[in-house]
Design a protein around this ligand. Structure first.
Ligand SMILES: [Zn+2]
Length: 408
């Protein structure tokens, strides 16, 4: 057998014994306990091999701006105001440099697919889009970057933004995102986003229900529009912290309707924990949607990074291993099966949400492989296991050798 390389001694999800992966022309050509071929060999040392982390929700354009924002209240309103002020001064070079910093971190944390939101409006112009589109091309060897043209600051009161979103979809963005809670007319906002999505034949992703009032959810409006426009399987909603304030039977009911309609959910634990419940002085609520409960009802769910080092989330290293752990800890999960589900939410389920067509390590599939220093998925989440190395289409993209203890 002629192989370009062998990735030896790795574990695959759901398989006990160690295997060798044979790579040829960027694809997995063989999987066997031992591959005998005269070809370069990379010893995986028993690490878990998986197809890579999938970050379904990241704002690269407004990352790393703590130096130009003041966080006093830590509320969502303040975060939007502070970021809007900073955004007016963004340049193409500035956005590129900050986004690059986060994208490189993500690649080094084992992420090889990402959906990033890019704000397009009269303040941002197309500068952020121009920067992120260039970044996507420059890092395509290591990560597939999907660009969602996004309106953060309302649409119906500023319809210039609508034409700009439309134009963005001809300039490199491949889906469209809305934010009804920031619009004076949320229902009309939802309709406009769906209209544009249908016209351009692209998927939609909404920031939704980002508060702790159990009433007034925009989910029914999104479900109605999904049906009206025949968009089942092409819609995702992010945050949805209202779900954390609802009665369990109401959550079950909404989960079934989302599952039936084909509306997926992204939970963004770091931002939800930082911004929610700022009016409380004690027993501050977590404000994180119970994605595990929705997943059990068949909803496609993901856990994602959202923001890094800005007024929405003044933390972050772009590690989805850490984010799956944070989600599991806050959701009070403990069984192996629940932690395996959390791992799926940053890998295979997130890939389903993004409708990635070729996700998985199998013979004939693309050789996208990341090694993580854990025996199985549950352990990876429990211990925030570090990644060790990664390949994209058979080419190595990073290496992070195991830490080594030095004895006297
Ligand atoms: Zn977001």
């Amino acid at each position: 057998m002629s192989l370009d390389m062998i990735l030896s001694n790795v574990r695959l999800l759901g398989r006990e014994e160690l295997v060798d992966l044979g790579v040829q022309n960027g694809r997995i050509a063989a999987i066997a306990p031992f591959l005998n071929a005269e070809t370069p060999r990379w010893d995986g040392g028993g690490a878990l091999a998986f197809p890579g982390f999938v970050d379904s929700h990241v704002h690269l354009d407004k990352a790393c701006i703590l130096d130009r924002c003041a966080i006093c209240e830590g509320t969502l309103t303040e975060a939007i105001q502070q970021t809007a002020a900073a955004k007016a001064k963004f340049t193409v070079e500035d956005v590129y440099a900050r986004a690059k910093r986060v994208l490189e971190k993500a690649i080094l944390q084992g992420t090889n697919r990402m959906r990033t939101f890019v704000e397009v409006d009269p303040r941002a112009g197309f500068r952020s889009l121009e920067a992120i589109t260039a970044l996507r091309a420059d890092y395509s060897h290591a990560i597939d970057l999907e660009i969602c043209a996004f309106v953060q600051e309302g649409l119906t009161q500023e319809m210039d933004t609508f034409a700009m979103l439309d134009a963005s979809l001809n300039m490199g963005a491949t889906l469209v995102g809305g934010c009804p809670y920031a619009d004076p007319d949320p229902d009309q906002h939802i309709s406009l986003i769906f209209e544009l999505a249908r016209k351009q034949d692209v998927d939609v992703d909404f920031h939704l229900d980002f508060d702790l009032d159990p009433s007034g959810s925009a989910i029914p409006a999104v479900l109605r529009a999904t049906e009206t426009y025949g968009y089942g399987g092409r819609v995702s909603i992010g945050h949805v912290s209202k779900l954390s304030a609802m009665a369990p039977e109401d959550v079950q009911n909404i989960a079934r309707r989302m599952s039936d309609a084909g509306v997926a959910l992204s939970v963004l634990p770091a931002t939800d924990l930082f911004l929610m419940g700022r009016d409380r002085t004690k027993l501050v609520p977590r404000g994180m949607a119970p994605a595990d409960v929705l997943r059990e009802q068949g909803v496609v769910t993901s856990v994602a990074t959202n923001n890094v080092l800005n007024p929405f989330t003044p933390f972050g290293d772009a590690s989805l291993s850490r984010m799956a752990n944070m989600f599991s800890n806050v959701a009070q999960l403990s069984r192996d099966s629940d932690l395996e589900a959390a791992f799926a939410m940053v890998t295979s389920d997130a890939a389903r949400l993004m409708r990635v067509p070729d996700y998985g390590i199998e013979i004939g599939g693309v050789a996208d492989v990341v090694l993580i220093d854990a025996p199985d998925a549950a352990s990876a989440v429990r211990e925030i296991a570090p990644v060790l190395a990664g390949w994209k289409a058979g080419k190595q993209t990073f290496e992070r050798p195991r830490a080594r203890l030095i004895k006297p």
